[in-house]
Design a protein around this ligand. Structure first.
Ligand code: DGY
Length: 381
């Protein structure tokens, strides 16, 4: 009935092979597909293990390199779209599951819960799980904020993990995605945004299933690790800004459970290492772009050139900044990339010291309420 797909790039082959075995052992899974970004070490190890995996489980395992389908930076988007293409053109399976290859807490439960959601009739099932209060900073300040500003009446701002790589698509939902030219173009990190946006635009019914064990992954270093992802996720939202979304489709979210101490205590990024990034390497060109930003933000960012400042980048200031970015950001300009990164960094640090510091429950409550306030504001209330 179902195909399970693991897109991967330079992952630990042991973890990936373990996850492939878990998927193959699930009674609903008929085939597993691993799509590699290139023929890296992990790809070679997997290709070697493939015949044994097939023999042991009596099910096909495909290992392939992603095709060049899109036009932006070749990345995760090409990998996911290669899998969609394979699923629709080479198989008759009814459902496709995507899982990130590096999930150390992967188990059959992830597959079963998604299958249950689809059995209830949902077109798409998305997994969500608890994340540290200082993790998911692109999700909260770029994706959910952007969805609230641009499509406040839709389900989009309320999707728990719009950038999540773990989801189930029924065949019609997958077909709807691949038929959209802009989805095929989006070869980079923007793919999750495009999938999420398009499934809501197409009126797919969505179920978000809660996975309490979460997805244990390593801590980010200084926030520069996330710069490319940040830029590509913002550019993806900006590219959709003139689109309208009809009020279609149901959206149901499974009630979450208690959050483990490990997640509650985890620090998502290196705060001290991120501070100098506010001050270092300003160019004349970057500084001149500040002109289009609200005065308070402009003054605050100018002060950053000599000392890291972020007290000014509160919820209100970020809303106004985001609106200005939607209008003025140029995806091909490295100066805009630098400035977007710095502005988001100021917002992330501001939130970290004013909210994350007060504890997990306060922080998560704040973030959800913030989205609600942005929705109201975008609706002019
Ligand atoms: C996000 O913001 O969700 C990214 O995965 C980085 O944590």
């Amino acid at each position: 009935m179902s195909l399970v797909v693991f897109p991967f790039k330079n992952e630990d082959p042991e973890i990936l092979i373990r996850n492939v075995k878990i998927a193959l052992s699930h009674p609903r899974v008929e085939e597993v597909l691993c799509v590699g970004a290139s023929e890296d070490r992990c790809f070679v190890a997997l290709a070697k293990a493939r015949p044994t995996l097939e023999k042991e489980h009596g099910k096909p395992v495909k290992v392939m390199v992603q095709e060049r389908i899109g036009v932006l930076r070749p990345g995760k988007g090409d990998g996911m779209n290669t899998a969609l293409q394979y699923f629709l053109q080479e198989t008759n399976h009814r459902r496709l599951h995507f899982y990130d290859a590096d999930i150390v807490s992967f188990s059959q439960e992830w597959i079963s819960k998604a299958e249950e959601g689809a059995d209830q009739g949902f077109d798409v099932v998305r997994h969500y799980f608890p994340r540290a209060s200082t993790d998911a900073m692109i999700t909260w300040f770029i994706t959910r904020t952007g969805f609230a500003l641009l499509w406040p009446k839709s389900a989009l701002p309320w999707i728990e993990q719009p950038l999540g790589g773990e989801l189930l698509l029924t065949r019609p939902a997958a077909k709807g995605l691949l038929e959209e030219e802009r989805v095929r173009r989006q070869s980079d990190w923007g793919i999750d945004t495009l999938y999420t946006f398009t499934m809501v635009k197409h009126g797919c019914s969505l179920y978000e299933t809660y996975i309490g064990v979460g997805k244990l992954h390593k801590l980010y270093g200084a926030l520069t690790d996330l710069k490319t992802m940040l830029i590509e996720c913002f550019a993806a939202i900006q590219s959709l800004r003139r689109e309208e979304i009809p009020q279609l489709g149901t959206h149901r979210v499974e009630y979450p459970g208690p959050v483990s101490q490990q997640v509650r205590e985890k620090v998502g990024y290196d705060v001290e290492g991120s501070l100098p990034l506010l001050t270092e390497g300003w160019s004349q060109e970057e500084e001149s772009l500040l002109a289009v930003l609200p005065k308070k933000v402009r003054t605050g960012m100018q002060a950053c050139r000599s000392f890291p400042k972020f007290g000014f980048m509160d919820e209100e200031a970020w809303y106004a900044t985001y609106a200005a970015l939607l209008e003025h950001f140029e995806p091909s300009s490295p100066h805009w990339h630098d400035l977007l990164f710095r502005l988001w960094l100021a917002r992330t640090l501001n939130y970290t010291v004013n909210h994350a510091l007060r504890g997990y429950d306060h922080a998560l409550h704040y973030l959800h309420q913030m989205v609600g306030r942005y929705v109201n504001r975008a609706l002019g209330r």
